[in-house]
Write a protein that binds this ligand. Structure first.
Ligand SMILES: Cc1cc2nc3c(=O)[nH]c(=O)nc-3n(C[C@H](O)[C@H](O)[C@H](O)COP(=O)(O)O)c2cc1C
Length: 448
């Protein structure tokens, strides 16, 4: 099924399940010659890793990342970068007792309704484990953004109704909640440990702040920056809400309170706003102020407390989920949320590069390299479809060459080329070459 990839130009596909052999990510659209700092990728994975404290699961995965492709002498080659993390500490037996029941709050029933099959061992693809692959890919984007002076910091703003009241970035990574207020962190920890004892769990709010973004990121109207950020963040398991800037609070303000006054900052040499109620985005495009987003994280569903459910064949049952589960996932969601924000921003930065009016020769060449790269990627995608059609034709016993279809494609694309003032003869030659490539591979399939 589609739905396993994100991004347009910096495109990330994740694969793997909680109790499969491995999980990983393939990044497509990475420019050649970029350094990948493997130790930083590992550092980010270690932040998401289970077993870091008593408030998270005790599953003990080392989450060692390996790079399988796309790297030569520490630098990207421009080909897909594949990163893999082997699953080591699986305990499928822990799920034996409940394998014939749907777990409330989990995706077992909906996966069954959609796919007709559901991996009961840890939720399969719907497991929080899948997010390790996002963190690995996000670390690459985060590093590339940092080279451009863009920093992303996430933290737990609220857990179990307890909210951070003070803000000190230096304490975030020094408490198990990843909370910027040490006092609130201690209260959150106490509450979570008590609920864990009671066999229950608790939710919270994670906030991510991006400092140093340029103005101009985001593509109206359907790929507005906040729309893409919302989609990226809402795709993380257990996320129930998204806000940007003052979010839902804006609904209760007057225009005069909600507007961000505009001024020209001489020292920065650009237009700025005095306040940041908008959260760094206006009209779907970043305005250069910090981007501030928040997500609501639900209490994890796997709890020891007994709950009502049904068996796979619909009989009433009672379930108590034993095993190693997070009583609060906020601290583990923090690096995942940062990763999704990084992937979205780097994708938009790459798009913006294609749009900007370049003057330096190297910049222009960089952009041409990226366009050429995308031409090859699109051609490879076309060839994939061509092969699928070849297999269908073989099954149906129909012929490979379809001159009518070729004429139809040519007519359509030549008309587009004319509108764009491209040389029609060249476009025709290019398509003849593409048709030849397609026919060669379909003929090979017909012979196989
Ligand atoms: C990093 C991470 C860790 C998670 N750990 C758990 C867990 O230990 N127990 C649990 O019930 N859910 C956990 N979840 C949430 C489930 O994956 C999620 O609730 C489930 O797949 C159903 O999807 P939904 O909540 O988005 O509807 C985790 C999610 C993330 C992102």
């Amino acid at each position: 099924m589609a739905g396993n990839a994100t991004g347009n130009h910096f495109r990330v596909t994740t694969f793997g399940e909680s109790h499969g052999r491995a999980i990983g990510a393939v990044i497509d659209g990475v420019r050649p010659g970029l350094p990948i700092d493997l130790s930083f990728v590992q550092h980010e994975l270690d932040r998401r890793r289970p077993g870091q404290s008593a408030v998270t699961t005790s599953r003990s995965e080392s989450d060692q990342v390996e790079i399988l492709s796309g790297l030569f002498e520490g630098k990207t080659t421009g080909t897909p970068v594949c990163m893999i993390i082997w699953n080591k500490d699986q305990q499928p037996k822990a799920y034996e007792k409940i394998k014939d029941m749907f777990r409330p709050g989990h995706a077992g029933y909906t996966y069954m309704a959609k796919f007709g099959v559901s991996d009961y061992r840890g939720g399969g693809r719907s497991s929080g484990r899948e997010t390790a692959a996002r963190v690995a890919a996000g670390a690459v984007a985060k590093r590339l953004l940092a080279h451009k002076g863009i920093d992303i910091v996430g933290y737990t703003l609220e857990a179990g109704g307890i909210r951070a009241r003070s803000f000190d970035t230096s304490v975030i990574e020094r408490n198990p909640l990843r909370c910027p207020d040490p006092e609130a962190a201690a209260a959150m920890e106490q509450l979570i440990l008590r609920l864990k004892e009671e066999g229950d769990s608790v939710g919270g709010i994670v906030e991510v702040t991006v400092s140093g973004p340029p103005a101009g990121l985001g593509d109206p109207v359907f790929d507005k920056l906040e729309a893409d950020l919302a989609k990226a963040l809402m795709s993380i398991g257990a996320i129930r809400g998204f806000e940007i800037g003052n979010g839902f609070a804006a609904a209760r303000l007057r225009g005069s309170q909600n507007n961000d006054p505009i001024y020209f900052d001489e020292s920065a040499g650009r237009v700025r706003t005095r306040t940041n109620n908008a959260g760094g985005v206006a009209g779907g495009i970043s305005n250069g102020e910090d981007i501030v987003v928040r997500i609501a994280v639900k209490p994890p569903s796997s709890i020891r407390k007994e709950q009502e459910t049904v068996t796979l064949d619909g009989k009433p049952a009672t379930i108590s989920v034993e095993g190693r589960h997070d009583p609060c996932i906020c601290p583990r969601v923090v690096p995942v949320a940062e990763a999704m924000v990084a992937l979205t921003l780097y994708d938009h930065l790459t798009r913006q590069k294609l749009l900007s009016r370049k003057t330096r020769l190297q910049d222009l060449r960089d952009t041409i390299d990226l366009i050429d790269h995308n031409i090859v990627l699109l051609l490879s995608e076309r060839q994939g479809l061509v092969r699928q059609i070849g297999a269908l034709k073989k099954r149906k016993g129909s012929g490979i060459v379809d001159r009518g279809r070729e004429r139809q494609i040519l007519k359509k694309q030549l008309s587009v080329a004319r509108d764009l003032e491209l040389d029609a003869r060249f476009i025709e030659e290019m398509f003849r070459a593409i048709f030849k490539l397609a026919k060669t591979s379909q003929k090979a399939i017909a012979r196989s």
